[in-house]
Write a protein that binds this ligand. Sequence first.
Ligand SMILES: [Zn+2]
Length: 272
Amino acid sequence: MPELPEVQTTVNGIKPYLINKKIKSCSVFVKKLRWNLQKDLTKKIINLKILEITRRAKYIIISGNNFYLTIHLGMTGTLRIASKKDMRMKHDHFEIQLSSNKILRFNDPRKFGMIFYSIKHPTLFHKLLINLGPEPLNKDFNDEYLFTKTRNRSVAIKSLLMNSNIVVGIGNIYASESLFLSGIKPSKASKTLTKKNCRDLVVSIKNVLKEAIKKGGSSINDYINVDGKSGYFQFDFKVYGRTSQPCHICQSDILQIKINQRSSFYCKNCQK
Ligand SMILES: [Zn+2]
């Protein structure tokens, strides 16, 4: 599943091809992704000029004067820039033809992605975007904030980190990695985290995400950069997917457990 770094990498990658370009036409090849696409979507966006591409949580927001096209990549979605001569690929469900003659293509084998048009900014009204927690790389996600949010909560810290009402965009991979880097066991009850734990965790989360963005994202499955290059860097993972392999610090075996139905990886020596 694309996580925040992959989505940010996608935004960075498509941006130069989209800014100040007009939407010449738009084609829908599959009408239903996670939900049905708006019936008049293609009509609504024709001739609009794209002025900005931003990201909020894992939503990509393409916008111009009084319009917003919000895209979520779901479990397996990717966006790529193609030329007219490039054949469509299997699972290409949606595309926008630009005034530059380039094409923005949305591919999604499992069809959990979403695309919708609005005249208001989606964070002002859409049920999935209105209650989102802070961005992990912003200043409002800090040790004080995390300490406050963890009080009175018995839920495992890993699950708390993956709750987008608390903080957005941290999925299984980066939750596992940042907990290892801060020496905190993923199953630890949130309310038992000390102030120091919260400080270490916030620093680790920011570092691990920044590093991943620098390297171009990292999801194991189906992730391809907009220029078609693989964005994998799973070989750098300290714990994620490394069941029974030696910990890089103490050499003990990395353990795998389930927390809230999700595989979680940790070192029982290094994480308390
Ligand atoms: Zn260890």
